[in-house]
Design a protein around this ligand. Structure first.
Ligand SMILES: NC(=O)c1ccc[n+]([C@@H]2O[C@H](COP(=O)([O-])OP(=O)(O)OC[C@H]3O[C@@H](n4cnc5c(N)ncnc54)[C@H](OP(=O)(O)O)[C@@H]3O)[C@@H](O)[C@H]2O)c1
Length: 304
């Protein structure tokens, strides 16, 4: 591979845009495509080129993909692979099933294209703060080749083995994400109903052994009730379903994940689809018979 490989980037949604921006700002030669072109256009300010057609990316050395679910990955990859030109390597970062990932690996192997499964942990703000992490699987050689590009996007990239192993790691991670946010909502409402302001409760929790980067960066939303979407309830439901499917197949009971899945479904049924998944807090407050008000207290998210 040349010292400065040409990089195709498919999908500039909330995550893909920030990831591609870091690559372009880091000096990579990026050709980006998004179904809704306008979302990719601001990447030009960092030196990326915006493609009119997905097929233009087929001639790149390496193509990243960050869309939504497996059906979307299959669609864009099908279109890319219909071209005569083909990339040397595909790095797929969306959160998808092991089965989908294996099907993609077979599609790519037939055409002699290397494939790295590389889902991520962190939201768009985490990417901007330079704190994203990748979990990768596939041939070790592909990981080593991809590492300089991965590190332009994220400081941490863990290699967990061959095949689709990164997919199950990411699924486990997001099941935990769902269970933790629901648990955080329950205890925050419990403390508040007993008389503790949310900012005081969360300040303590965040500095305790139970605090994490995640509880810290969700604290401003819980305190001031700003639920501008970072990750949709629909995408979280997808990941909980992926976890529950894997649990059924491997005969691993997952009662907490199952309950959380239904609570995410319930928030969607109430019309809370375009709010952040952390709005589970509002649903919990309603179920507890209290109405939350923004506390209007400035709290740090631990990222900046
Ligand atoms: N948000 C997070 O915190 C987070 C964190 C880690 C992982 N993830 C995972 O990362 C992936 C992207 O999440 P996101 O939050 O960035 O989602 P998003 O903002 O909804 O973006 C989705 C992207 O996929 C494109 N897309 C969807 N279906 C497509 C199709 N059939 N053909 C072509 N393009 C299609 C969208 O294009 P348009 O712009 O045209 O709609 C958009 O660029 C998901 O797998 C998600 O589970 C998200």
């Amino acid at each position: 591979m040349s010292a400065r490989p040409s990089v195709g980037w498919i999908g500039t949604g909330r995550m893909g845009y920030e990831m591609a921006a870091r690559l372009a700002r880091g000096g990579a030669d990026v050709l980006a495509w998004n179904r809704t072109r306008a979302k990719a256009e601001p990447l030009a300010q960092y030196g990326a080129t915006v493609a009119d057609r997905l097929s233009e990316l087929a001639g790149c050395d390496i193509v990243f993909c960050m869309v939504a679910a497996w059906k979307d990955v299959k669609q864009v990859m099908g279109e890319l692979l219909a071209e005569k030109a083909r990339p040397r390597m595909v790095i797929e970062c969306s959160s998808i099933s092991l089965e989908g990932s294996a099907e993609l690996r077979a599609m790519l192997a037939q055409r002699g294209i290397d494939y790295l499964a590389a889902p991520v942990s962190g939201n768009a703000k985490v990417i901007k703060a330079g704190k994203l992490s990748f979990v990768c699987s596939g041939p070790r050689k592909s990981f080593n080749e991809a590492l300089p590009l991965l590190n332009m996007i994220a400081p941490a990239a863990s290699y967990v083995g061959e095949g689709e192993l990164a997919r199950i790691v990411k699924i486990c991670h997001n099941v935990f994400l769902g269970v933790v946010i629901q648990s955080l909502a329950e205890i925050t409402v419990l403390a508040q109903k007993a008389g503790v302001p949310r900012h005081a409760f969360l300040e303590f929790l965040n500095q305790s052994v139970m605090g994490s980067m995640f509880t810290r960066y969700k604290t401003p939303a819980f305190v001031n009730l700003d639920f501008k979407v970072t990750f949709t309830p629909e995408l979280l439901r997808k990941d909980l379903d992926l976890g529950l499917d894997a649990g059924r197949r491997l005969e691993v009971p997952m009662p907490l994940a199952a309950a959380t899945r239904e609570l995410v479904q319930a928030m969607m049924d109430r019309g809370m689809r375009e709010q952040d998944f952390a709005a589970l807090l509002l649903q919990q407050a309603q179920a507890s018979g209290i109405e939350l008000q923004p506390e209007n207290v400035e709290v740090k998210d631990g990222l900046s």
